[in-house]
Structure formats: structure tokens, C-alpha cells
Design a protein around this ligand. Structure first.
Ligand SMILES: [Zn+2]
Length: 345
């Protein structure tokens, strides 16, 4: 793929009805999403053992229609051999049951992604509401928002409905094609162990959600595990990019469009999170802050329940980072958690 082609992809809208060829062995389509993210990219790799589909979209009628049309208009006569899922988020795993049954093929995803998916989808509406409202209470949200979160039900499950039987993807997973080989890597940050694929010879990196071209991938604590220092893990990933790749690599992401230079993008994302941490530290100098206070400092427009969920859980990820770096301390004396400057440091 040359520079001109990349420019063209930027402005043209890939189809939601058929695969577009990016390289001789890689195809790309775009499935619409009913929220601000707008769409998710799905792929097919023409391996020597058949066509491997990657990611699916959420489980709704529009996604089914898209896939029915994509499958009718496949660009190659190769049989579909398997479906692989990059990570457990609904826009990637959502339609895997429908597709695996329709195509009668097995589904694979990294082990930790599968266990997270099972853990969340198996929560009843009440259990989910309990966990979310417990977090929101600690975060300092109003009674109104806490009650709403309790009654919201398991909205993760709502976008997937049911999982098929899914197999663990092996650590050394590789897709061999006529043109090259796509090797797997597994990283923690946006999700617990996201799969991504790279071809060293051709300098192609299929990064899914970890290195999006314009938006910063959501780095959130999970509601069942909200003490985890997930941002530190994401920093590790971002720092590994300049060792593993060079500026002339092409990055093909799970949303938006392909671009050049993963090294530059990783550096920008490191700067983005550094500046957020510094902003929190500058405000926390003279006053105690709740997660809600901190969220309002970091995010401009947080209007609906969807935005509140992502913004507050991402804020908590930043607070956890500062806590474990001993930059701030937690005052647990009240039911609402407050964070303050650590003067000992
Ligand atoms: Zn994701």
C-alpha cells in the first residue's frame, strides 16, 4: 500500500456491504455502530487454509444485514475457515454467535478476553446494577445518577445477547498467506489482552483499538475490578511500540482509517496521558477531589449514561496510576472517596 492509497482511504468511506482489498491478502469492511464511535472495521485475511474473518460488530439487525451482504459478495472463492475476535468489547465480539452458526466455523479469542467476556455477560441485571452503582457512589455521583445506574441493567449483554462457544487463541498464533505471515501479539490497556497482528516483512500492523489514528482509545477500569492500574499497562504497550516498529510501518486500526507511523502515534498518546495526569496533579494541589470532580476537569461534555460510564471509569484509571505512583493519597473516611496531594512526596 503506498502513500497515495492511504490518502484515498482517508477520504473514501469503506463499504458496509462488501470487503475492500487493502493488500493482496487483507480485506476491510466497515460495520455501522449506533453510537458516537460511528462504526467498527472488520477484516478478512486470505490464508493458505481459507479465509479468516476478524471481528464482527454488535448484535443488531443492521449488523446482520451488513454481514449477509458482505458474505454474499465475498471477493474470493476461498472457504471461510474461522472467526477470530480481537477483544471482548461488544463492537468486536457482538455478532460472533450469529456468524459462527451461519458459517459453521469456530471462533477464537485470547484467553483473558474470553474470561472477561464471560464474567461480564453472566452478570444478571441486578448484579450489574449493583456493581455499577457501588462504583458511582464511591465516585461521588448524585443520588439520581446512582439510582439510574442501578436500573440500567447489563448493557454489555444487551449488545451481544449470547456468546457462542469460543476457543482460546494460542500465544504463537500466526496466519500464513501467499504474500506473508501475520503474527499475533497480546497487549493490556484498552482491554485485558487484545490480539493484534503484524507482518514484519511488509511492515503492516493490524492494531485494532490500541493505536487509533485520531481518538485516544478508552483506558478504563472495569466495574468488577476498579482498583487495577490499567493505565500503567497501556503505557508499557505504548513504550514498546518504538522498539517493535519503525516510522515507515502502516497501521490498520479497528476504527477509522489506515495511517503511517505507529511510533509517532504512540508518542502522541503518551503525551496525551501525561498531560492529563499533570492536569489532575495541578488541580489536586490545593484541594481534595472526588472522581466526579476529576472527571469534570478532564472531560468537557459528559451528557448521557454512556459518556458518564466511559469518562468516569477512564478518570478512575488515571487516579489509580497516580495512587500507585504515590503522587496522591486516598481519604476513605467518608462513603465518597476523596483524593488528595501526597505531601510526603
Ligand atoms: Zn474496544
Amino acid at each position: 500500500m503506498n502513500n497515495e492509497k492511504i490518502k484515498r482511504y482517508k477520504i473514501s468511506n469503506p463499504s458496509s456491504n462488501r470487503f475492500l482489498k487493502i493488500t493482496e491478502d487483507l480485506y476491510w469492511a466497515r460495520i455501522p455502530l449506533p453510537f458516537r464511535l460511528d462504526h467498527v472495521n472488520v477484516f478478512a485475511i486470505k490464508s493458505i487454509d481459507g479465509l479468516v474473518l476478524i471481528d464482527t460488530g454488535i448484535n443488531n439487525e443492521e449488523t446482520k444485514r451488513s454481514w449477509d451482504s458482505i458474505l454474499k459478495n465475498l471477493p474470493t472463492k476461498h472457504e471461510i475457515s474461522k472467526i477470530i475476535i480481537s477483544h471482548h468489547h461488544p463492537d468486536h465480539i457482538g455478532l460472533s454467535k450469529y456468524l459462527s452458526e451461519k458459517l459453521k466455523v469456530d471462533v477464537y479469542t485470547p484467553k483473558k478476553e474470553l474470561s472477561r467476556a464471560k464474567k461480564i455477560i453472566n452478570l444478571s441485571d441486578d448484579e450489574y446494577g449493583y456493581l455499577l452503582s457501588k462504583s458511582y457512589k464511591e465516585f461521588g455521583f448524585s443520588e439520581n445518577i446512582i439510582i439510574k445506574s442501578k436500573n440500567r441493567g447489563n448493557f454489555y449483554k444487551g449488545m451481544i445477547k449470547e456468546l457462542p462457544k469460543i476457543n482460546d487463541l494460542q500465544e504463537n498464533f500466526t496466519i500464513i498467506t501467499k504474500e506473508g505471515s501475520w503474527c499475533a501479539r497480546f497487549d493490556t490497556g484498552h482491554s485485558p489482552s487484545q490480539l493484534s497482528l503484524f507482518d514484519k516483512e511488509r511492515k503492516l500492523y493490524l492494531c485494532f483499538d490500541f493505536l487509533l489514528p485520531r481518538i485516544s482509545p478508552n483506558i478504563s477500569v472495569g466495574i468488577e475490578d476498579n482498583e487495577f492500574n490499567i493505565l500503567e499497562e497501556y503505557y508499557k504497550y505504548l513504550n514498546s511500540i518504538s522498539n517493535d516498529y519503525t516510522s515507515d510501518w502502516i497501521v490498520i486500526p479497528g476504527h477509522e482509517f489506515p495511517y503511517y507511523d505507529p511510533v509517532k502515534r504512540a508518542k502522541n498518546l503518551i503525551m496525551h496521558h501525561n498531560s492529563r495526569l499533570n492536569l489532575i496533579l495541578s488541580k489536586i494541589k490545593n484541594t481534595e477531589l472526588t472522581i466526579l470532580d476529576t472527571m469534570e476537569i478532564l472531560f468537557d461534555k459528559v451528557n448521557n449514561s454512556h459518556d458518564i460510564f466511559f469518562a468516569s471509569c477512564e478518570t478512575k484509571a488515571h487516579i489509580n496510576y497516580l495512587l500507585s505512583a504515590n503522587k496522591i493519597i486516598l481519604d476513605k473516611s467518608e462513603s465518597v472517596f476523596k483524593y488528595l496531594n501526597n505531601y510526603r512526596n
